[in-house]
Design a protein around this ligand. Structure first.
Ligand code: ASC
Length: 229
């Protein structure tokens, strides 16, 4: 029997840090900002960070490491693929709603779209994620592609998944910084009001969650036994 304890401790830690990040973003929009509504105003914008962190970061991170859970190794491979794909599709849906919220808010308020580096990197990540899901389903889930195609595509799928996840985190850090610079007027960001400190900590939590997921996903000895070859 292998010793799964280091893995389980780290996995629990990753889950806890990701969950706390979601709680932090919820407290940010409800306590420090205007709250949530679909009204074309600031409350509509607030869906953007909430759904991006919950879906595109937390759910995508969990989706990346589901194959590593020892208690799922008895489950069929198809079941695990469906869970991996399902979590990623859910992450995708939340990411798309978060984009609709921000575009709709900009259009109602006459704020230009797609000028910032945050928006370029973030939209690129959504486009690559779409491609990743479509190719992943076609190659690994549908019973159409032969084994050698799956084997050839697997390293690309793994690399692009980790790359997209990392890119989303980079985009979140830029978005957080932008929002603090735009949103904090009196006192300003540079005056370190409580909201600035709180949201800086949110950025750190997201970064630590990303590091833990990348570490867990890249340990060859923590793979599902049938895939350790
Ligand atoms: C799959 C699957 C795997 C890989 C492997 C190619 O669809 O279940 O374990 O692709 O066949 O690396």
């Amino acid at each position: 029997m292998e010793n799964h304890r280091p893995f389980l401790v780290l996995l629990f830690f990753a889950f806890a840090v990701g969950f706390i990040a979601v709680v932090f973003v919820l407290r940010w929009v409800l306590h420090f900002r205007e709250g949530l509504a679909w009204d074309g105003g600031a409350k509509e914008f607030n869906w953007h960070p909430l759904l991006a962190v919950t879906g595109f970061i937390f759910l995508q991170g969990i989706a990346i490491v589901v194959y590593r859970l020892p208690w799922t190794w008895k489950c069929s491979k198809l079941m695990m693929k469906l869970i991996h794909a399902g979590l990623n599709v859910l992450a995708f849906i939340l990411a798309v709603i978060s984009l609709v919220a921000v575009f709709d808010f900009h259009n109602v308020q006459n704020i230009p779209n797609m000028y910032s580096l945050h928006s370029w990197v973030g939209l690129a990540a959504v486009i690559l994620f779409t491609l990743q899901i479509v190719l992943g389903v076609c190659i690994f889930l549908l019973p159409v592609s032969p084994g050698y195609v799956r084997a050839a595509f697997m390293p690309i799928h793994v690399f692009s998944g980790l790359f997209i996840f990392t890119t989303v985190i980079a985009s979140a850090l830029m978005g957080i910084t932008e929002k603090l610079i735009f949103g904090l007027k009196d006192p300003k960001y540079k005056d370190s009001p409580p909201e600035a400190t709180f949201v800086n900590v949110l950025g750190l939590l997201i970064t630590v969650f990303g590091a833990l997921i990348l570490w867990i996903a890249t340990r060859p000895s923590w793979k599902r036994p049938s895939e350790q070859l």
